[in-house]
Design a protein around this ligand. Structure first.
Ligand code: MLT
Length: 200
C-alpha cells in the first residue's frame, strides 16, 4: 500500500498508524502525529480504494452504507500490510496505535473488530460502527479514544455510544470526547486525544 514511514527517535514509543478520511492521503494526518507524540515512529497509509478519484480504505454502497465484503477484505489487506511493514521497518508490531479520521477511523475500528492483535490502541475521530452482529475478539488491554460530535450528520451520537458499548463489551478501555462541530476534526479533540495518550 502507498505509505510514508518516519522513524521516531524513541524505539520504546508506539508506532502511530495514520489513516486519513475519504479523499485524503497519507500526508494529511502527519501534523496530528506531531501533536500526539513527536518522538514516535509514524506509518501513514493511503487507502487502496478510489471513489470518484477519492482515496478510501474500503468501498461503500452509499454514504454511511458500507460494502461489508470489501470492508472485510480491505481490513485483512491492511492488517497484512502492517505485518509486512513491521518487518521491513523493524518496529514492534505489538505496539501500534492507530489515529484515524472518518473513513480512516472506520477501518481502524474494523481492525479492532476483526483482529485481536492488530492494534494496541486507537484514537478514532468521528468513527462509525463498522459492522454489527459479529463477535468481537477479546480486547483486554486495548485502549480506545473516541472523538465524536453531538451534531455529527454522518455519525449520530447514538452510533458513537453504540461503538463505545461494543468495544467495552469486548473488554477494551474506552474514553469518549464530545465536540459540537459536526463531522469536523477539531484541534480541541486532537488536544484531548493528546492528553489521553499521555496517560497511557
Ligand atoms: C465512511 O464511508 O467511512 C463514512 O461514511 C465516513 C466517510 O465519509 O468517509
Amino acid at each position: 500500500m502507498k505509505h510514508i514511514f518516519q522513524k521516531g527517535k524513541d524505539h520504546n514509543k508506539p508506532t502511530l498508524l495514520l489513516l486519513h478520511g475519504t479523499g485524503g492521503d497519507e500526508s494529511n494526518l502527519l501534523p496530528i502525529a506531531e501533536i500526539i507524540d513527536k518522538e514516535a515512529s509514524v506509518l501513514s497509509v493511503r487507502g487502496n480504494v478510489l471513489e470518484n478519484g477519492m482515496p478510501r480504505y474500503f468501498k461503500r454502497l452509499a454514504e454511511g452504507v458500507f460494502d461489508e465484503e470489501d470492508l472485510i477484505f480491505r481490513t485483512k489487506e491492511l492488517n497484512e500490510f502492517l505485518n509486512q511493514a513491521a518487518q521491513k521497518y523493524e518496529f514492534n508490531r505489538n505496539n501500534m496505535i492507530a489515529i484515524g479520521y472518518s473513513n480512516g477511523a472506520n477501518i481502524a475500528a474494523s481492525l479492532l473488530f476483526h483482529y485481536q492483535d492488530a492494534l494496541k490502541g486507537a484514537i478514532l475521530h468521528h468513527p462509525m460502527v463498522p459492522r454489527r452482529g459479529i463477535d468481537l475478539p477479546d480486547l483486554s488491554g486495548k485502549s480506545v479514544f473516541i472523538a465524536a460530535g453531538t451534531n455529527d450528520p454522518i455519525c449520530p451520537p447514538e452510533e458513537s455510544e453504540e461503538l463505545q458499548t461494543l468495544l467495552e463489551g469486548a473488554n477494551a478501555k474506552v474514553e469518549i470526547h464530545w465536540e459540537n462541530r459536526g463531522h469536523q476534526l477539531t484541534l480541541e479533540e486532537v488536544e484531548a486525544a493528546s492528553k489521553w495518550y499521555s496517560r497511557l
